[in-house]
Every structure is written in structure tokens, then in C-alpha cells.
Design a binder for this molecule. Sequence first.
Ligand SMILES: NC(=O)c1ccc[n+]([C@@H]2O[C@H](COP(=O)([O-])OP(=O)(O)OC[C@H]3O[C@@H](n4cnc5c(N)ncnc54)[C@H](O)[C@@H]3O)[C@@H](O)[C@H]2O)c1
Length: 440
Amino acid sequence: MSVKEDLIKKLKNKDARIAILGLGYVGLPLAAVFAEAGFRVMGIDPDSRKVDSLKNGISYIPDVKTEAIAKLVQSGHLTATVDFSVLRDVDAVSICVPTPLRQTGDPDMSFIISAADQLATYMHQGVVVVLQSTTYPGTTRELLLPKLGTDPDLKVGEDWFLAFSPERVDPGRSDYMTKNTPKVMGGITEACGEVATAWYKVGIDIVHQVSSAEAAEMAKLLENTFRMINIGLVNELAIMCERLGVDVWEVIDAAATKPFGFMKFTPGPGLGGHCIPIDPLYLSWKMKSFNYNARFIELASEINTNMPRYVVSRVMEALNDRSKPLKGSKVLVLGAAYKPDVDDVRESPALDVIGLLQKKGALVEYHDPFIPHIQHEYDGWHMDSIKDVMQAVQEADAVVIVTNHKVYDYDAIVASAKFVFDSRNATQKVVKDSENVVRL
Ligand SMILES: NC(=O)c1ccc[n+]([C@@H]2O[C@H](COP(=O)([O-])OP(=O)(O)OC[C@H]3O[C@@H](n4cnc5c(N)ncnc54)[C@H](O)[C@@H]3O)[C@@H](O)[C@H]2O)c1
């Protein structure tokens, strides 16, 4: 039996030992899915707090239930460690480490490089490696393959296998989770794709194999670029509608009644999260090395990046209409997470909105039921969420809704506030004609 056949058999029989590198929003749900499918899964993460939490059977990712983790830990299907040497004995590895952008907008590959360097030490015959971190096209072949394939006796596609599978998890979502969201898989060789697909099919309902790692990398970038550009479009529409004196939300709802050929996107205070603001820029960065300027991406990025500034200018104008300067006004920002009902503040536009308000001299506080503390990575400021949200609403000269968390009582907020700037249309249902509300 060839190495490939032997490994596929082990994977199908769930005899293969699995390692997940990186136990965050992507890695932990994936580890749980494979453990639930019957594999013995080892989660590896240098963050000892996460590892300790899992050892105690406690989940720190809202979409993964503590009861589920406790059961998997107790049954021995899921273990966690900071010790990378366990990689010596595994048959399948999935890499789920962060891929942020540097302040300059260039991809920060340091986490992939460090994970690959760790893994390279323990590479052996009969192992399949899948990269799940979102990245620029070519990463799997150009960066991972040379790092993992240093042993001249081990041939990729024959002795070991390497593939890319983009991650699609949408935190906070309950209809499509890791198990029932189709996965795309593309190998460095046909055999690599086959082995990786055979593995993932054991835990995930649908795996769609494509012809190469590059096709899989590009599929992810198409998905996120599609979203980023459409959000850029509706953000610009919001700016145009304001000048025209037309309600952008009404326009979008009207367009959305078309049952075909239109997909609803909504404007907001800017892009956030680990994907939409970042991933398309990976593609445009890569295209620069081909002397190609990815114009749609650059334009949408420019519009979206400017939205926090636009929100602050609208707040300033609205206060001016109420004979108040922004400087010295008390402003309460509601919501710091990048989207409703999650505890993730990465790239959140709230950070920029707060920073810009502060720079204009406003006295800013924020409240977020999911995020007790925030800090701006580059500007250096930090802040705690205020405790009594309704008291702060009453005291503020302006309440700025940045994240439309469901837990907020928007009726009560509008009734108590002097003035509300709503960048998410959170107040649409409750205050259609309220004079103290200005919408984006
Ligand atoms: N969060 C999402 O909604 C989402 C959706 C789609 C794709 N992605 C992509 O998935 C990847 C992971 O994102 P995430 O949200 O899970 O990030 P995360 O920050 O939540 O988790 C990453 C984990 O990797 C760990 N880590 C760092 N260096 C490591 C190393 N060398 N070895 C092992 N572990 C290491 C970190 O300690 C952290 O726990 C990123 O590329 C991201 O763009 C994320």
C-alpha cells in the first residue's frame, strides 16, 4: 500500500492523530468538529491561557459550547498543549494561525512562518498538512512548501501532502457553523488534494476539491473581495443619498424587494473583523508584484477606510445643528465589536471612531456588553466599557451607535438620549420619526 493509500485509510477509519495549530475563532471550532467526528485531536497554541482553559474543559469562543468541550476533553478526544513536540507523532495538521496586516498594509506572515518553522522540525513520512489561514495566492506553494519540504527523502504528493482550505466561519452565526459550511480544498498536487479532502470529509459535510492550492486561495479572496466591494458601494451610496436628501436605508430595502440579480448589503461606520478589511488587500499586495493595480479593491478600501471619519463629521454637523461644538461634548459610543453580538474587536471601526472623536476634543466613553476593555494598537490609548449604560445615555450630548447589538433597548435609548447618531439603522423599527435621531 502506498503512503497515500495508507494515510487515507487511517483518516477514513479515524485512526489518524490530528493536530490543530492555533486555537482561536477558527482553530477551536475545527478541533471540536474533528474530535466530535471521532478523531483524537491535539490543539497546539503558544497561548497558555487558552490551553489551560481547554484542559479545564472550558470554551473561550462563544460559538463553541463549554459543555461540548468538557465532554470531548473528558472522553480524551480533545487535548490541548503548548508543546509543539507532539507534532512528532501526528498524521494530519491544520494550521489556523492569524494573518493580520502590518501597519503599512503589507501582509504579516510571521505567524504562518513561526508555525511552519515549528512544524518543519517534526515533519515525517505520512503526514498531511492543511493551511487554513487566509492569505495571498501562492502562500502554500511559495512559503509553506519550501519550509516543510526540506528533507530530500520526503517528496510532496508521495511521502507527505500539503493543501490549502479557506476558512469561512462567520462568528455569531448559528445556521452555518464549521461542520455544515462547505469547504473548498486545493492541493499542491492532485494527490495532496485527494488526501486532504478525504480527511476533511470525515468531519465536514461537504468538501469541494479544486485543482490547486492557488485556486482555493483565490476562491477565498474572491468571496471576501466581493463583500468588501459591495460594502464599499453601499457606503458610497449612503454618502450620495445624504447629499441628495434621500434615505439610503429605504433605498436599499426597496432594491432588495427584487427577487433576482440583487443582493442586499448595508452601509456602516467602516469595515471590521479579521477578514473583509484585510484579505482583499492581500490580493492587491500580491498583484503589485505583477505590476497590476487591483483598482476595485483599492477604491472600495479607500471608501470603507474613510467611513469612521465620515461618521465623525456627521456627528459633528448634527451637534452643530443643535448649537453644540463636538469639542468638549460628552459622546457615548455604543458597541465596540466589529459586528453585532460578538466579542471580537479586531479591526473594529469603533476604534477609529473613538480615536477621531477624541482627537476632535470630544469627551468619549463607550459601552459594549461583550467587550469590557479596548485599546488602540497603534495610537496607544485604552478604555474600559462604562457600567451603567442608561445613565451614560442620559448624560451624553451625543450617543453614537457603532455596533447594533441585539441586547440594547433602542426604544429606551432614543427616549432617554439628547441626540443619537445611528450608523447601523439600529433604530429603524422603533423611532421612524424621532427628531433626536440622525441616521447614516
Ligand atoms: N475569525 C474569523 O471569523 C475568520 C474567518 C475566516 C478566516 N479567518 C482566518 O483564519 C485565521 C485564524 O483566524 P482566527 O480568527 O482563528 O485567529 P485567532 O487570533 O482567534 O486565533 C489564532 C490562534 O493562533 C495562535 N497562534 C499564534 N501563533 C501560533 C503558532 N506559531 N503556532 C500555533 N498557534 C499560534 C494564537 O495564539 C491564537 O490563539 C486567520 O488567517 C484569519 O484571517 C478567520
